[in-house]
Design a protein around this ligand. Structure first.
Ligand code: ADP
Ligand code: MG
Length: 449
């Protein structure tokens, strides 16, 4: 009977959740109307009671109406335990930690180190990021949660990690007694999995819940990772309930975090959502000037302008380009000039020039599918034009750093949910339809040639 209950549970909750939470349960006693199930740890017991107890009861009652009560007890230490299930499909993407840390260590072990260069003082503010910076400063200087959570999002290399470190430094400065933990979502997952393996989720949970400010970077990483998502969500709720501040970053908005449960997505958007937009020419100029100052090198304004106009992708690439020029000129003892810049950055500039625009994508799609350019922005809904339009939106999302609203604007002022829908639709269809997958590949190759 217990086997039947188990296999039914497994079918209902899926292999991952089953392996993590239900497989370790043991039937300890079946005595007339009373069932006693044992669980390895208190943490698991709480979890199972909260999430699965009703199902277990119902299934059991269906199989054996005599059963009246079901008790879940924590297995005493030393009692035989089943082999630990792998909590997730092999976490291949998880880099090995440099040193071994115990989960039952201190809060310092929990977080990642903060980069001393990433402060508010070194962060250059401009139109694209001023809102995010203001929100970050507010959180960093308020003794009580200002908005909970603060959700920062933006494309790669636009300063999310920098801003999070800046918040952490400022918080520590304002009140050194506050327990601030900053870590990547990847590290969160890694620690959680390790706690599961060592059956020590209790101290994992307690440690996280004892923080005053929890900052989790790149939360998109836990998309699709079900049990990590669950644990993250519970930690999140527990902290919010206790009035602790939470700061989250991601490469996209909460509503665009596919692979994250709906209730988590909506909860993430409860506080303040602040996005960091792609850089403008002015901001790039400002950042280059500030970096040149930090490096204590004189760089002709013309070179700075040249870089700001040519390297537009993100701040990380911009910094990298500047560093290369400075190194090169120091080594070769050539003064910095546009010629030197062109020479040193040949590859980067060529790549930057090759970067595809939305207009080029539209043109390539129109050519390939034999529709009119006007159809890209028209309101026509006939499949023959709507599908190519969706393909173009999809490719725009894939191949350019443009945001959903920006893409929507280039397609006759459609709003970002329409673009999102197109992206999802094409993702789904191309997985099922080899002809469409082929079309995508052809257009993509033509654009990137
Ligand atoms: P993200 O986490 O969004 O991918 P990072 O925070 O790692 O980006 O930023 C990439 C690099 O660009 C870092 O070295 C950071 O210091 C720098 N950077 C980004 N935005 C700014 C800015 N507004 N002012 C100064 N430096 C910036
Ligand atoms: Mg980052």
């Amino acid at each position: 009977q217990w086997q039947q209950v188990r296999s039914q549970l497994r079918a209902e909750v899926g292999d991952t959740a089953y392996g993590t939470w239900l497989k370790p349960l043991d039937l300890n006693e079946l005595d007339g109307d009373r069932v006693v199930i044992t669980v390895p740890t208190q943490f698991m017991r709480d979890w199972v009671v909260a999430h699965y107890a009703d199902r277990i009861r119902t299934i059991w009652a269906g199989l054996n109406p005599a059963v009246r009560s079901i008790a879940l007890n924590v297995r005493p230490a030393g009692a035989p335990a089943p082999a630990a299930p792998p909590p997730e499909p092999a976490p291949a993407a998880v880099a090995p930690e440099p040193r071994s840390e115990a989960v039952d260590g201190t809060l310092d072990d929990l977080g990642a180190r903060l980069d001393p260069r990433f402060t508010f003082e070194s962060f250059v503010v401009g139109k694209p990021n001023e809102f995010a910076v203001a929100a970050a400063e507010k959180v960093a200087t308020s003794p009580k949660p200002a908005f909970n959570p603060l959700f920062l999002y933006g494309g790669v290399g636009l300063g999310k990690t920098h801003l999070m470190h800046a918040i952490a430094w400022r918080l520590k400065q304002c009140d050194p007694s506050r327990r601030v933990v900053y870590l990547s979502a990847e590290k969160f997952m890694y620690q959680f999995i390790r706690a599961l393996r060592s059956k020590d989720t209790m101290s994992f949970k307690e440690l996280f819940r004892s923080t005053d400010v929890l900052m989790v970077d790149d939360v998109q990483f836990i998309s699709g990772k079900d049990s990590t998502q669950e644990e993250f969500f519970h930690t999140f709720n527990a902290l919010i309930d206790r009035g602790r501040q939470i700061v989250i970053s991601a490469d996209r908005s909460p509503s665009d975090l596919n692979g994250l449960e709906e209730r988590i997505r909506s909860r993430l958007a409860w506080g303040l959502v602040a996005d960091i937009h792609p850089t403008t020419y002015e901001l790039r100029l400002g950042i280059l000037q500030s970096k040149a100052e930090q490096l204590a090198v004189d760089i002709p304004l013309r070179v700075i302008e040249f870089l700001a106009s040519r390297i537009t992708s993100n701040v990380r690439e911009l910094e990298g380009a500047l560093n290369r020029i400075v190194h090169h000129s120091t080594l070769s003892k050539r003064p910095i000039s546009i010629e030197v810049a062109q020479d040193v950055l040949k590859d980067v500039l060529r790549a930057a020039d090759r970067r595809v625009t939305i207009e080029e994508i539209q043109k390539a799609v129109v050519d390939h599918f034999g529709v009119k350019l006007a159809d890209m922005s028209s309101a026509r809904r006939a499949r023959a034009v709507a599908r190519p339009r969706q393909v173009a939106m999809y490719l725009a999302k894939q191949l350019t750093p443009r945001s959903l609203p920006e893409i929507g604007r280039k397609f006759g002022g459609r709003d970002h949910t329409t673009v999102m829908h197109a992206v999802r639709q094409i993702e789904k269809l191309s997985a099922e339809d080899p002809q469409l997958a082929d079309d995508l590949e052809v257009v993509r190759r033509k654009l990137q040639a």
